[in-house]
Design a binder for this molecule. Structure first.
Ligand SMILES: [Mg+2]
Length: 267
């Protein structure tokens, strides 16, 4: 079957099968999946129908709902308006919280030491340049030079890259952007984040939905009893496809209604 081929009545039957799983994990990307894409990322909110369905599922026994996003965890918690006991995966799998009081450390001790060594190497370089600053990241740090003259910024970023990548820690991932260079000691994907959720929650079936290329890493870890749902156009490894966040909200409502019926809950 080609990617995303499951739609219509065949999809509805598959959702009913999923809804009957003793333990069900519903893991959802946020932007473009629950929330329509908007220009201001801070203004993004889940469609009311999507939010109602996911809170309904979250309240059912044997049912876990999680958000899995590329956003930083704090930003995801804010726009997702997530209850404290809802698991969140941020920064494409680098940041994991099982609840508001149970966040997993993003790095082991060795990697945390690498970040410290990197910081002490870069701090003197950055301190010499007015307007430049260091931002802590889940698995490393970023050197910002937006407020620095072009020539000085180029010199600083060049020196930072040389000092860190070439001399200190050649295994660092270095990503250059506009007026910023990011250094990371570890990479992760949404697939890594989804695997952590599956290990912790041990579901019998997983429903995972996403709209973007990075969600393909999530679809890739699903098993034969799970269901991937691609939101929108584009090639995908997901078995099912819906058109947009409104259709995704309808899908979640279908799963909620089916699961309530099966549990004898007739609200
Ligand atoms: Mg998305």
């Amino acid at each position: 079957m080609s990617g995303g081929a499951l739609t219509g009545p065949a999809l509805a039957a598959e959702l009913d099968r999923l809804a009957a799983a003793p333990r069900l994990l519903v893991a959802l990307d946020f932007d473009g999946t629950l929330a329509p894409l908007v220009d201001d990322p801070a203004a993004a909110r889940a469609l009311p129908a999507a939010r109602e369905a996911l809170l309904g599922l979250h309240a059912l026994p044997g049912t876990s709902v999680a958000l899995v996003s590329g956003r930083a965890l704090a930003s995801l918690a804010e726009v997702g308006e997530a209850p404290d006991d809802l698991p969140l995966i941020g920064s494409h799998g680098l940041e994991v919280r099982m609840s508001a009081t149970d966040a997993l450390p993003p790095l082991d001790a060795a990697d945390a030491d690498r970040v410290l060594a990197l910081r002490s190497r870069l701090e003197p370089l950055v301190a010499q340049v007015e307007g430049a600053w260091i931002e802590a990241k889940p698995a490393g740090l970023a050197v910002h030079s937006r407020l620095v003259t072009d020539a000085e910024a180029a010199r600083l970023l060049d020196a930072a890259v040389r000092a860190s990548a070439a001399e200190l820690d050649p295994a660092l991932t270095v990503r250059a952007g506009k007026g910023v260079v990011e250094f990371a000691v570890r990479d992760a994907t949404k697939g890594d984040g989804l695997r952590i959720l599956i290990d912790r929650l041990a579901p019998d079936a997983v429903l995972f939905a996403g709209d973007d290329v990075t969600d393909e890493d999530g679809f890739a870890v699903l098993g034969p009893h799970d269901l991937g749902v691609k939101v929108g156009d584009g090639p995908t490894a997901a078995r099912a496809r819906v058109a947009d966040p409104a259709a995704m909200a309808a899908l979640l409502t279908h799963v909620l209604d089916a699961r309530r019926r099966l549990s004898g809950d007739t609200r």
